[in-house]
Design a protein. Structure first.
Length: 149
């Protein structure tokens, strides 16, 4: 079952259960997936689906943080709830230890000699771990590992 089919089934279930907030989050995912499908060749790969869901989740968390900082707890609660719904559709993320192991392999492969080689390592790592790890976490680990050299 593809992500789009799963979303459609969950939308039906949310409609029958009259879960308005959950329905809003699911419809947002569906809208972004449909937009991608109609702008391209009609098919959305699993990798692109994961990127879309990851981006939506990140947007919700950023909005949540912003609302908390501004003291808007009512809006923050909505964003947090939607982020939690979207999180269920995210692919399994790598742990920090798994990311660190991949970064160490890449540093050895490209022959990085220190912090000045951040770009040599980050470019390939961002592509390899897209959808599997957050870019901020990857960047922090790369900096830390290059700092040890």
């Amino acid at each position: 079952m593809s992500l789009t089919e799963k979303i459609n089934a969950d939308i039906k279930a949310a409609m029958l259960a009259k879960e308005k907030e959950k329905l809003a989050a699911l419809r947002d995912i569906k809208a972004k997936l449909l937009l991608e499908a109609t702008s391209g060749n009609g098919e959305v790969s699993e990798e692109v689906e994961n990127k879309i869901v990851l981006k939506l989740h990140k947007q919700r968390l950023d909005s949540y943080q912003l609302y908390v900082e501004q003291g808007r707890e009512d809006l923050a609660a909505d964003e947090k709830f939607q982020a939690d719904i979207i999180e269920a559709y995210l692919p399994k993320m790598l742990s920090e230890d798994e990311i660190r192991a991949e970064v160490q392999k890449k540093i050895a492969a490209v022959g990085a000699g220190g912090p000045q080689d951040m770009g040599k390592v980050m470019g390939p790592m961002s592509k390899e771990l897209a959808g599997k790890a957050d870019g901020k976490v990857i960047s922090a680990i790369v900096k830390e590992e290059l700092g040890k050299l």
